[in-house]
Design a binder for this molecule. Structure first.
Ligand SMILES: Cc1ncc(COP(=O)(O)O)c(C=O)c1O
Length: 339
C-alpha cells in the first residue's frame, strides 16, 4: 500500500479511514452507520460519563503470507462484550451485530491492514457505553456502540524477551465479587496508580493478588498469568480476573501439546516452584516473565533471562494460527472477504 511505514507503529492511536457505529434507542438497536470522524456525540448526562456504564473489547486481524485476512476468535470477544453489558446492565449487544460491525470496520479500512512481513497487525477496538441522559443512578435507556481499528506494531521489536513484574499489596484492581470478570473501564482506572508505580520502578506491570486475602495470584495488569510447572500449564482460577481469550486458546494448545492443564487458585508462594512464567493477552500473545518481585517482602522469583522452551512453543503455535501458517484445527479464525 501507498507509503505507509509499517515499522513506525507502536500501540498508539492512529486515525484510519472509517469507524462503524450503532445506536440503541427506544428499546432497539438501529442500523450500522459508517463515520469518518474520530469524535462522537455524547450527552452531557450520559451514564457512560457519570456512572461508568461502559465496556470495551480488544481483538486483532492478521494478514497471512497467503494474502488472506483473518480475525481471531471474534465470537469470543462478542460473547465477552455481551457478558460485560449484562454485568453492568447496559443494552445487550447481539453477537451477530458485534461480528457484523467488526467485519465491516476491517473491510472499510482494508488498506490499513499491515502486510505479513511487517510482523504488525490490525487492532480492533469495540466500545459500548450508556449515552442517554441519566441523572439518577440507574441504567441508561440509550447506548452507543462503536468499532474502530488501527494498525499496531509487532509487540516484541527486540525479540521475545522476558521482563519483570511486581507484587504490591496496597493496590486492588477489582473487588472479589465485583466487575473483575468483565471488561469495564472502571477496572482499568483502578489499576492505573499501581501500574504507574510499577513503570516508574521499571517493571512491566503489577502482578495483582486476590483483593480479599492477598494469598492468591490474580492477573498481570492487563493480561492473565500462566506458568509451566513440569508437564503442566498452570493458570489462576479466580472470580476477579478477566477470562482471557488468549489464555483459553493457550490452554487448548497446551492440551494439544500433551501438557496437563490446571486452572486453579495459585498461592503466591507457589511462584518459587515454576519452571517458566508468563503474561498472556491479545497485545503480545505471551509476554515471558524474567522475574516477579514481591516488593512488600523483598522476595524475588526468577525464571530466566531467556523465554522458556514451552512458552516459546505455545507462542509460536498461537501466532502461526493467527497468521495462517499453522493449521487452525479448532476453527478460531474468520477469514474476512475483501474486494
Ligand atoms: C485485565 C485483562 N486481563 C486479561 C487480558 C487478556 O485478555 P485477552 O486474551 O482476551 O486479550 C486483558 C486484555 O484484554 C485484560 O485487559
Amino acid at each position: 500500500m501507498e507509503n505507509i511505514n509499517w515499522k513506525e507503529f507502536g500501540f498508539g492511536y492512529t486515525k484510519t479511514d472509517y469507524n462503524v457505529r450503532c445506536h440503541f434507542r427506544d428499546g432497539k438497536w438501529g442500523k450500522l452507520e459508517v463515520s469518518s470522524s474520530d469524535h462522537v456525540d455524547v450527552h452531557i448526562a450520559a451514564s457512560g460519563l457519570h456512572y461508568g456504564q461502559q465496556a470495551f473489547e480488544g481483538l486483532k486481524a492478521f494478514k497471512g503470507p497467503d494474502g488472506k485476512v483473518r480475525v481471531f476468535r471474534m465470537e469470543e470477544n462478542a460473547k465477552r462484550m455481551l457478558s460485560s453489558s449484562q454485568g453492568i446492565m447496559m443494552a445487550e449487544l447481539p453477537i451477530e451485530l458485534f461480528c457484523e460491525a467488526v467485519t465491516k470496520a476491517i473491510q472499510l479500512n482494508a488498506r490499513w491492514i499491515p502486510p505479513y512481513e511487517s510482523g504488525a497487525s490490525m487492532y480492533i477496538r469495540p466500545v459500548l457505553f450508556g449515552n442517554g441522559p441519566q441523572v439518577g443512578v440507574a441504567p441508561a435507556k440509550e447506548y452507543t456502540f462503536i468499532v474502530f481499528v488501527m494498525p499496531v506494531g509487532p509487540y516484541f521489536k527486540e525479540g521475545f524477551k522476558p521482563t519483570d513484574y511486581v507484587i504490591y499489596r496496597e493496590y486492588d484492581r477489582a473487588a472479589p465479587q465485583g466487575t473483575g470478570t468483565i471488561k469495564v473501564g472502571g477496572n482499568y482506572a483502578a489499576s492505573l496508580r499501581g501500574g504507574h508505580r510499577a513503570h516508574e520502578e521499571k517493571y512491566s506491570a503489577v502482578l495483582f493478588l486476590d483483593s480479599k486475602e492477598k494469598k492468591y495470584i490474580d492477573e498481570c495488569g492487563p493480561a492473565n498469568f500462566f506458568a509451566i510447572k513440569g508437564n503442566s500449564y498452570v493458570t489462576p482460577k479466580s472470580n476477579s480476573i478477566l477470562p482471557s481469550i488468549t489464555n483459553k486458546s493457550l490452554r487448548q494448545i497446551a492440551e494439544d501439546m500433551g501438557l496437563k492443564v490446571e486452572q486453579r487458585p495459585i498461592l503466591v508462594e507457589e511462584l518459587s516452584e515454576f519452571d517458566e512464567a508468563g503474561a498472556c493477552g491479545t497485545a503480545a500473545v505471551i509476554s515471558p516473565i524474567r522475574k516477579v518481585v514481591d516488593a512488600d517482602n523483598n522476595i524475588e522469583y526468577f525464571y530466566g533471562e531467556e523465554a522458556g522452551e514451552v512458552s516459546l512453543k505455545l507462542y509460536e503455535t498461537l501466532r502461526g494460527i493467527q497468521y495462517g501458517t499453522v493449521e487452525d484445527k479448532h476453527g478460531w479464525n474468520t477469514v474476512i472477504e475483501l474486494d
